[in-house]
Design a protein around this ligand. Structure first.
Ligand code: GLN
Length: 476
């Protein structure tokens, strides 16, 4: 096995035993990036010199026995999350030259724990998309089939882990951007509860839904990462003060006697493919052998998640995108007056989808339509939240497919906006409700494409979500 193929846990053991150094491990990842990134396009920026310098430092620390959980472990970060002094485009040309002077809390937590930064990963511009085709730096290709999408918007992060260019990655999930690409690329990805991890230093899209979450090769690794990432942050007032559980211990508990709900609506959603449904159903049936009780449940408001999402998100989005104006940050176009400068900077700096969201959001928030759209959507959002609260009175967790289908062909949905929006039909409900969702790989289609299963839990119920995910992966 090549060093870059190791899990975090395996690499930790190898580094601590002196079987290899962090420089060896980092070089193995950088070699893989050099070989594969030209085809996959997972990275926008590779920080190779910095990574090697950090790896050397890590080796010194390991020699001295000053070992933190991630000392010497190489990782990648979505380009919409800031690392100090490293270019962060967010996948949009309007920030092509942006170098943040500050670091996201989550990234500094991971780097303080010793992780080695390899670079910044490609993504749909500022999180807008489900296929990575809305990146202004070209689409990310799926490592399992280069003609197919990696998913989005954190596709570069998912592909970089799936293709073993790094040991883990950090992405952002507003409506599914960690879970959906994790599913399409065959890796594990967690959207934490809203408020569990700080969003300070990550580029905002829809502030009442945005979360920062990890991608890794195993649930065990995800659990470890969450221990380091999570917690209250004075710089993000939405973070909660609840103590961060020792997830890596929690996941070892037995799942015997757990009650897991199977919400029928998810299996009847628009576009749900039979093969995906069968693979996920087979895994669900297998849960019985772990001593789990399966319960048929209903979440009647599920079908309103996409309509609610596509009113609430563009509304918040239109205001968040307002700061990208060619003046305060990034690339400024030449303009004959102020209006012309704004118009040209944005026309050149944003892809179609971002412009579409700004227009929808501005319309939905306008005085004449606010009640009809935004307020109505917020009311239905409450009903979706109540749907989940009610169901979690009788079951511990819920299981569903993560995506209605495996990775689709590049170009297949690009010009059909609604079809692209429906790619997130299974992931938007948890986003709207602020609850955690984990995607784990549970099988492959006949043509070899990975299929993911989503595990959802009550708010701040990450421990149980990860516990079930871990028990499934080790029983497979
Ligand atoms: N695909 C969804 C969208 O375009 C989700 C994006 C996200 O989670 N950042 O809004």
């Amino acid at each position: 096995m090549n060093l870059n193929e190791l899990t975090i846990k395996q690499a930790r053991e190898g580094l601590d035993n002196g079987d290899f150094s962090s420089v060896d491990l980092t070089k193995a990842c950088l070699k893989r990036i050099t070989e594969r990134n030209k085809d996959i396009n997972a990275f926008i920026t590779v920080t190779d010199k910095l990574a090697l310098a950090e790896a050397k430092e890590a080796d010194k620390k390991i020699k001295k026995g000053e070992i933190s959980p991630l000392t010497g472990i190489p990782f990648s970060v979505k380009d919409a999350i800031n690392a100090e002094d490293i270019r962060a485009t967010g996948g949009g040309k309007i920030l092509d030259n942006y170098i943040p002077s500050f670091e996201s809390t989550v990234i500094s937590n991971l780097r303080d724990a010793g992780a080695v930064l390899l670079g910044k990963t490609n993504c749909d511009a500022f999180g807008h998309g489900a296929s990575n085709e809305n990146s202004m730096y070209g689409p990310v290709k799926n490592p399992h089939d280069l003609e197919r999408v990696a998913g989005g918007s954190s596709g570069g992060s998912a592909a970089s882990v799936a293709d073993h260019m790094c040991l883990f990655s950090i992405g952002e999930d507003t409506g599914g951007s960690v879970r959906q690409p994790a599913s399409l690329c065959g890796v594990t990805g967690l959207r934490p509860s809203y408020g569990r991890n700080s969003r300070y230093g990550s580029m905002p899209m829809a502030s009442s839904l945005d979360t920062v979450g990890p991608f890794a090769k195993t649930v065990e690794d995800v659990a470890l990462l969450m221990e380091i990432m999570a917690g209250q942050d004075d710089r993000d007032a939405t973070t909660v003060s609840d103590e961060v559980p020792i997830y890596s211990e929690e996941i070892k508990k037995s799942v015997k006697g757990m009650k897991v709900g199977v919400p029928k609506e998810y299996f009847e959603l628009e576009g749900m493919e039979d093969e995906t449904k069968e693979i996920v159903m087979k895994q669900i049936e297998n849960l019985k052998s772990l001593g789990i009780e399966l319960v048929d449940v209903s979440l009647p408001y599920t079908k309103y998640a996409i309509p609610v999402y596509y009113v609430v998100v563009p509304s918040e989005d239109s205001s968040n995108m307002g700061r990208l104006d060619g003046i305060r940050y990034g690339v400024q176009a030449e303009g004959k007056d102020l209006y012309d400068l704004y118009a040209k900077s944005r026309a050149q700096g944003f892809p179609e989808e971002v412009k579409r969201r700004i227009m929808i959001g501005t319309y939905a928030l306008s005085a004449g339509y606010y009640d009809a759209y935004y307020k109505k959507a917020q009311r239905v959002r409450t009903l979706i939240i109540q749907d989940f609260e009610k169901v979690f009175e009788s079951v511990d967790l819920l299981v569903t497919p993560t995506s209605p289908y495996p990775a689709f062909k590049i170009g297949e949905k690009k010009d059909d906006v609604l079809a692209m929006y429906l790619a997130d039909v299974c992931t938007t409900p948890a986003s709207i409700a602020g609850i955690p969702g984990l995607s784990i790989p549970v099988g492959n289609t006949k043509s070899g494409l990975p299929v993911g299963m989503q595990i959802m839990g009550p708010r701040l119920g990450e421990s149980k979500v990860l516990q079930l995910g871990h028990n499934i992966l080790i029983s497979r």
